[in-house]
Ligand binder design. Structure first.
Ligand code: NAX
Length: 326
């Protein structure tokens, strides 16, 4: 048996985690030979509910699950963590403005950044799912100055998967036939799902679909998919979000294949003119040992550039609202 890896998950009693935790310990993330220690964080009032989830985890008798720690203290949750899923966040309540949501969640991520800085593995990979995901990633990273900014990424894999699924359906192919999809920018309705570099069974996607479908159907469907799911299900995406978290962390830890890439919100190095230091979703290739690199040599059309800048602008505004915590 390999040495166990330590995986921390916040918001562990929430709906995304209810899917995520079981998939992690079943071996879907790191394979059937990799034992796991889970360190789960919740707010104090949700610890009882978390206890119920852990009872269920134990009742699965997973061979890979070595130990589960339940806590409301981030420093206990992140102790020696190799991989961290920051899922927990406050939901938006009726009447709450986006700015209020930003601020109340910013405090959480600042505290968690400090705890990661103190106790996590120096090679930790921290994937931020809790919304607003990109800006929460920025806050977490800014509060962890001893860790490399490359230890942090925001989740835009769900948007990436949604875009692949829309194109696959349109072209009547399977999702695995689609490569090189891109989500640029913020995990919000300003995100820009870009088909210009995507291929379908090796053919340019743009040669198979018309411009009108792209502008009037594909882009808005992907941008507003989260809202459409809430309307239909009465609850926000959970199983698909957990699936995306697994996909993104697996690609980030074990590498991307076949010259493909994934979309993830990483620390901008100024590629494509995007301001340095923003957590912006780029196409990222990852080597087998987990080193991610922004794909920075793509030719960008005017049509795309405008949309990429619009979503960058939103990220700058979000950053301004939480400036005091950076
Ligand atoms: P839930 O409300 O079901 O669960 C959130 C959990 O986080 C709760 O159990 C709550 O007690 C816990 N929590 C709150 N503050 C905490 C803190 N300081 N420390 C630890 N735990 C804390 O939400 P769920 O549906 O699981 O969604 C979680 C987050 O993911 C939300 O912010 C949501 O907006 C975001 N999403 C992000 C997506 C993405 O693609 N990046 C897609 C799905 C989802 O909307």
């Amino acid at each position: 048996m390999k040495t166990p890896i330590v995986i921390a998950v916040t918001g562990a009693a929430g709906q995304i985690s209810y899917s995520l935790l079981f998939r992690i310990v079943s071996g879907e993330l790191f394979g059937l030979e990799q034992p796991v220690i889970l360190r789960l964080l919740e707010v104090t009032p949700a610890l009882e509910k978390l206890h119920g989830v852990v009872m269920e985890l134990n009742d699965c008798a997973y061979p890979l699950l070595q130990k589960v720690i339940q806590t409301d203290d981030p420093k206990i949750a992140f102790k020696d963590a190799d991989y961290v899923f920051l899922v927990g966040a406050k939901p938006r309540k009726t009447g709450m403005k986006r700015k209020d949501l930003l601020e109340s969640n910013a405090v959480i991520f600042a505290e968690q950044g400090k705890a990661l800085n103190e106790v996590a593995s120096r090679h930790v990979k921290v994937l931020v799912t809790g919304n607003p995901a990109n800006t929460n990633t920025l806050i977490t990273q800014s509060n962890a100055p001893d860790l490399s900014p490359r230890c942090f990424a925001g989740m835009t894999m769900l948007d990436h998967n949604r875009a692949i699924s829309q194109l696959a359906e349109k072209c009547g192919v399977r999702s695995k036939d689609i490569k090189n999809m891109i989500i640029w920018g913020n995990h919000s309705e300003t995100q820009y799902p870009d088909l210009h570099h995507a291929t379908v069974k090796g053919q340019e996607a743009f040669s198979l679909v018309d411009d009108r479908w792209v502008v009037e159907d594909f882009i808005p469907t992907v941008q507003h998919r989260g809202g459409a799911i809430i309307e239909a299900r009465g609850l926000s995406s959970a199983a698909s979000a957990a699936n995306a978290a697994i996909d993104q962390m697996r690609a980030w830890a074990l590498g991307t294949e076949d010259n493909d890439w994934v979309s993830m919100a990483v620390f901008s190095d100024g590629s494509y003119g995007i301001e340095k230091g923003l957590f912006y979703s780029f196409p990222v290739r990852v080597s087998a040992d987990g080193e991610g690199t922004i794909v920075n040599d793509l030719k960008i059309e005017e049509f795309s550039l405008e949309r990429m800048q619009e979503t960058e602008q939103e990220l700058k505004e979000e950053r301004l609202a939480v400036q005091h915590l950076l």
